[in-house]
Design a protein around this ligand. Structure first.
Ligand SMILES: [Zn+2]
Length: 68
């Protein structure tokens, strides 16, 4: 699925307050400065390829998300 210009997860480096903490060949673990007051260390794991829903993830992405 092609990336979308408005999706913040397709361009994580464009937000200076969002940090790529870990990454592998299919996924990022992202932390945003604005959300650290809610739960320190919190973040999101997202696929590098834009997916509209979790049901659109490939098997390789599911495995990578589950194991990291
Ligand atoms: Zn996206």
């Amino acid at each position: 699925m092609p990336e979308t210009p408005k999706c913040p997860f397709c361009h994580p480096q464009e937000d200076p307050h969002q940090h790529v903490v870990f990454e592998n060949d299919t996924c990022y673990f992202l932390q945003h400065d604005d959300h650290q007051d809610i739960l320190e260390g919190c973040g999101v794991i997202v696929s590098k390829e834009h997916r509209q829903t979790t049901f659109d993830l490939t098997l390789k992405e599911w495995i990578a998300l589950a194991l990291h």
